[in-house]
Design a binder for this molecule. Sequence first.
Ligand code: GLU
Length: 527
Amino acid sequence: MAMSSAEEYSSQSSLFRAFARDGKVPRQLILDSFSASGILDDDPRAKTLFKAIRAAEPLLSQEQFLALHSVSPALFEQVLAGQMAIPQFTEFSEQIENIFDRVSGNKGGQLANYIPQLERVDPEKFAASVCSVDGQRFSLGDSDDFFCVQSCSKPITYCLALEEQGEEVLHRYVGTEPSGKTFNELTLNAKGLPHNPMINAGAIMCGALIKNDADASDRFDYVMSKWKECAGNMKIGFDNAVYLSERQTADRNFALAYFMREKKAYPADVNLLDVLEFYFQCCSIEITTRAMAVIASTLANGGNCPLTGAQVFRPDHVKNCLSLMSSCGMYDFSGEFAFRIGIPAKSGVSGAIMLVVPNVVGMAVWSPRLDELGNSVRGVDFCRQLAARFKFHTFDSTTGLTDDRIDPRRNLYESRLGGANAFCWAASEGDVAEMRRLVARGVNANVGDYDGRTALHLAASEARLNALRYLVELGVDLNCQDRWGNTPLDDAMRQADADSNTYEPIISMLREHGGTSNKTVPSRQNK
Ligand code: GLU
């Protein structure tokens, strides 16, 4: 439902109030909010807005602030009010960085050696990137290096075939069961069809159902354009040497393709060589973890690219794809991965893993050394750590209180307390950025809890000087009394009996701005 103009005005003025100091909003505060939210400079949604913010005065009047707001109202409000898929994105990124550092010492595994190009990759390479369904991004390590996607192409090939054929038709040609065999095993299901689209036979079959009547070059252009669209128009490359090697060492894939022909598994008019070439080309697409994380987030977001808003795939097709990634995406480790980690994922022999936490975040990890099943050793280690730290398992209860793993989709304080008390909690923790976001969402900074304890009482009691300063700037009532009749100054003075050094600055600030004690006679000059 559209907002009435009165509602719109009040939401914009809460935003202004939340960020204003002496009636002006520092431009830097807006830029800081964007960077803390993970909205990067090259975000296509924010380009014009960033330009306008940088061109603006360092201190913005309400009118200038509203002019910036009007450049990109939805994004501006979402960021300033902290209403993103991962509200505490900085904390989330710190956790990811910590996991990355922890697993970076894991040197287990061997490079893939079935083609020289993969054997020549620097085994030390390590990168991880995340992109939330609101386009909040963060990357670590070699995230600008390109690597070939190999089997990480399979989910996209499957989605493209689904878009073209629909579920009903496509699954006449390919099954939905895990095979229980290695990815390139010479085996088909009881109907003579590939077991699923995440193994070689299934991906070859899906390829046969994408633009089958088009020229090979047009078909490949089309597929590349779809990859790019999924990645929010980030660069996608192609490694010709890998492609040539794949083609040269492809006996098993040829055998699979002929085996399916013998079983009459293909639709009519399929040129087997064309189909195989197309499969090798898909394996040879090159990408960075940065771009792969955006693709994963497009899948996490029901097929809608968070950076551009393009609906690349239908949500029901993405649902099918995630179901199969979850049961068949990690080679012979798929069952164990689904059980222990519970995140739909697809891995490739280049050492890449694409992870999709539906409705929250997409991630990509790349580290070339593989275990005996073909999965990246460090990559799987990274996933294990993720599962230990976050409530990302598909079947995690989001309400259960049985463990202390983090649920990053919830606001830390809101999830602990619910509703308006979040503001008081943030004040007692001295988290000014969060207080600002809550005020931007319209929280009344003067409201107290059941005992009449306001954010100011808590900031004073806990000696949170920054929170106190922010509350003073907001113009909250400095002399509000809790149910015992104590003002914030009374709280600070009581604490100062035990720890005067810590509480002196609190007492001075309150006094300086007119704070009085209910227990002492207020001094006249303190207004
Ligand atoms: N390109 C290789 C093949 O088709 C491996 C693909 C993979 O599993 O990553 O045999």
